[in-house]
Design a protein around this ligand. Structure first.
Ligand SMILES: Cc1cc2nc3c(=O)[nH]c(=O)nc-3n(C[C@H](O)[C@H](O)[C@H](O)COP(=O)(O)OP(=O)(O)OC[C@H]3O[C@@H](n4cnc5c(N)ncnc54)[C@H](O)[C@@H]3O)c2cc1C
Length: 507
């Protein structure tokens, strides 16, 4: 999101965060960090630490006490052990593109940047795997694997910048995840360091590992359980051919229903994305993707495989789309045209930034059959909150990204944008969905987590966190709301008419 400076929200409030260091403790921390790291790898002056004050969710800001940029695993271990001993919170950071404030610093804490871990350790074309350090950019893995005819399938729109360490922490998705799976389906092994400085291997080089599937627990844990220092990813062969259909609809609900129809017909497209009219208008001005600007919504449906497979699938998808009410169908006739169609979708967020001073990107997921319903409800909310919203999303996964347009210089607009966003997420839950698809909870969706999960479930999450990090120092107060926070939000679940924890004050 673009940054409404005056709406900035300070750091959160748990005991770990509130405990500011004494001058003596701060001096000891900085003295010991300077022993572990060479001078340029330890940033403490405000002009050096301010660039780390936020991530992609720029409404939430906090300058950290220090930023460390280690380049060896030994340094990471030593930093974590030191911070654990001194009870200093640590926030791991990749490229800082998180849209949920996952990498937002803590005032009395240290930001642990993995930016210098950008080595591709090895590529094995026989086992179709790559071992990479966490600071390697998502796209750089596919670029390195290209000479072997392979690539890394999960492709967040931020893939030119975001790192695999961030992808693991957020269980990131992308256009091609409908067919090829999310990060969790494409990572075999993670090497990581706990807050106490212990090296742990999750998963293995083999397709399955013995014991509990802790790899799946780590992936998507938002940097709260351990710091990733090495990742083994799966690579897949580049398809011989890919073609994309652009299907136009004169009604967003019809477009939404067509998504469910394609999947119901037994087709799993390589990508299935949807954009509404305001989104295509914003994007077209920006990248000239060749979109149908008269359509109320367009679907982009990709097929990949051998030329024969693609020809057959494109034919079947076109039939389903026509039967679902598509008013126009255009199929990419060359690779540059296919990339042009996708360039619009991939640039939708920056395009929103061109038509509004600020935008707030939501990330809820719903069952596909309810896409049309949610779009209609969002339309009504636009009137209710007096703000515009453009819709662009991973339709095949039911993962919605409404972009609420507002002016951050106007505090009232920012407050309405926040309420609008919370309303969308609560509607996702009501429709049988969830408050996050791929951007994580971070600090952004803590209140929405109160709506989705009962206190017992949240307590179970906290117990998992405590099993890895009993002192609650690693990226604390992200992703799991405290009981008190949910009480403040006033949304605690009421069972049999009895409010849980009636002793807690409610506002
Ligand atoms: C324009 C734009 C488009 C986007 N499109 C998509 C999309 O299509 N799909 C999608 O899923 N996301 C998308 N995102 C969100 C974002 O890019 C992803 O969440 C990404 O995985 C974050 O990676 P990062 O390296 O920037 O991590 P950061 O933002 O630096 O950190 C994200 C989280 O990961 C943790 N973390 C980072 N590195 C490590 C590590 N080594 N060990 C432990 N924890 C770590 C941090 O503490 C934080 O909680 C988009 C963002 C932008 C700005």
């Amino acid at each position: 999101m673009n940054a409404p400076q005056d709406a900035a929200i300070p750091a959160a409030s748990s005991a770990a965060l509130a405990a500011a260091l004494s001058p003596e403790q701060t001096a000891e921390l900085l003295r010991e960090l300077a022993r572990i790291l060479p001078e340029p790898a330890l940033l403490t002056r405000p002009e050096d630490t301010v660039p780390y004050e936020c991530d992609g969710l720029a409404a939430y800001r906090q300058v950290p006490l220090a930023v460390v940029l280690p380049d060896t695993e030994e340094q990471v271990i030593a930093i974590l052990r030191l911070c654990h001993r001194l009870r200093v919170p640590v926030v791991p950071r990749g490229a800082g593109t998180s849209l949920s404030g996952g990498a937002m610093p803590i005032a009395s804490g240290v930001v642990l940047s993995l930016a210098k871990f950008k080595r591709i350790v090895s590529i094995d074309p026989l086992s179709r795997t790559a071992i990479v350090q966490p600071g390697v950019r998502n796209l750089a893995i596919s670029e390195a694997a290209a000479p072997y005819g392979l690539y890394y399938a999960p492709d967040p729109s931020s893939q030119i910048a975001c790192t695999i360490g961030g992808n693991v922490a957020e269980n990131s998705g992308g256009v091609h995840c409908l067919k090829y799976g999310l990060t969790v389906h494409n990572v075999l092994r993670v090497r990581a360091i706990t807050m106490e400085g212990e090296v742990v291997e999750f998963g293995s080089a083999a397709p399955d590992a013995p014991g509990l599937d802790l790899l799946a627990v780590l992936i998507g844990s938002e940097g709260m359980l351990a710091v990733t220092t090495e990742v083994t990813v799966k690579l897949v062969p580049r398809p011989q051919l890919a073609q994309v259909i652009m299907a136009s609809f004169d009604d967003v609900e019809k477009g939404g229903n067509a998504v469910a129809d394609v999947i119901a017909a037994g087709i799993i497209p390589a990508g299935l994305e949807m954009m509404d009219k305001p989104a295509t208008a914003a994007v077209e001005e920006f990248v000239h993707a060749g979109y149908d600007l008269d359509a109320a919504a367009i679907l982009l449906c990709e097929s990949d495989g051998t030329p024969e497979e693609v020809a057959e699938e494109i034919e079947r998808m076109s039939e389903v789309l026509r039967a679902s009410g598509a008013t126009r169908i255009a199929v990419s006739q060359s690779e540059p045209e296919r990339l042009r169609f996708w360039s619009g979708r991939k640039n939708a967020f920056p395009a929103a930034g061109r038509i509004s001073p600020d935008y707030y990107c939501m990330d809820g997921t719903i069952p596909r059959k309810h896409i049309g319903t949610l779009l209609k409800r969002i339309e009504q909310m636009e009137h209710k909150y007096g703000l515009r919203c453009i819709n662009v999303f991973h339709a095949g996964d039911g993962n919605m990204h409404p972009l609420i347009l507002f002016d951050g210089a106007d505090h009232d607009e920012w407050q309405r944008a926040e309420l609008f966003g919370a309303d969308i997420l609560e509607t996702c839950v009501e429709l049988g969905g969830t408050v996050t698809g791929e951007h994580g909870v971070g600090v952004e969706k803590l209140n929405s987590m109160c709506v989705q999960f009962a206190p017992e479930e949240r307590e179970a999450f906290l117990r998992v966190k405590a099993a890895f990090d009993p002192a609650r120092l690693l990226n604390p107060d992200k992703a799991i709301p405290t009981l008190a926070r949910c009480a403040e939000y006033g949304k605690m679940h009421v069972r049999r008419g009895l409010l849980p924890h009636p002793d807690l004050p409610r506002f």
